[in-house]
Design a protein around this ligand. Structure first.
Ligand SMILES: Nc1ncnc2c1ncn2[C@@H]1O[C@H](COP(=O)(O)OP(=O)(O)OP(=O)(O)O)[C@@H](O)[C@H]1O
Ligand SMILES: [Mg+2]
Length: 172
């Protein structure tokens, strides 16, 4: 078994499937509070999580990984027919998510370089979800393995699925 570390989830990687577990980053929370308090952006940053209450903001920050698991699972359930999604098969209370295992792309790979060119053409190359380690090959098709936020859903549907289809038909 290997371990993958994302910003919101830790991933246990087995030969056929992976288990995504939310990370509760208490230490990072404290360093963020100290940093943003020092540079005067604490209020603005906490309002990204809750406009009214800093305690609600703290709780929301700490449960980001649970929310990511839930969004990914339910997005897959609604969009099973979309070829570009790596299947997410089970969710237990947001705490355990099971997904198929894919072969993650390397940033230096030929395939990623082709994808990057097409993303850049659409001005999507700076979007944080569209990085090599969020894509993989599964059953001889290009798939996205990290689709856990609203912006990603929208951009996938607005053009990234089409880019992925092009890559599948041209290079895989
Ligand atoms: N289904 C999978 N198959 C193989 N490896 C995986 C899979 N899911 C995740 N990984 C590995 O674990 C890493 C972290 O997973 P993921 O991107 O889903 O977590 P995250 O917390 O959403 O990450 P991010 O930092 O991109 O927000 C991935 O970059 C990848 O290397
Ligand atoms: Mg990721």
């Amino acid at each position: 078994m290997k371990i993958g570390i994302g910003s919101t989830r830790a991933v246990l990687i087995f030969s056929d499937f992976v288990i995504k577990i939310p990370r509760v980053r208490v230490l990072r929370l404290f360093t963020r509070i100290i940093e943003t308090n020092r540079n005067g952006s604490l209020k603005r940053k906490s309002q990204l999580y809750s406009k009214k209450n800093i305690f609600i903001a703290v709780v929301r920050y700490l449960i980001e990984g649970i929310k990511a698991n839930r969004r990914e699972y339910f997005y897959f359930q609604k969009n099973k027919e979309k070829e570009g999604l790596l299947p997410t098969t089970l969710l237990i209370f947001g705490l355990i998510e099971i997904q198929k295992k894919g072969n993650v792309l390397e940033e230096s790979s030929f395939l990623w370089k082709r994808i990057f060119i097409l993303l850049r053409r659409e001005n999507l190359h700076k979007i944080s979800s569209f990085k090599a380690c969020n894509f993989c090959i599964f059953e001889k098709k290009l798939k996205i393995l990290d689709y856990a936020d609203e912006e990603t859903f929208q951009l996938l549907e607005r053009g990234v699925f089409v880019i992925m289809q092009k890559i599948n038909s041209r290079y895989i």
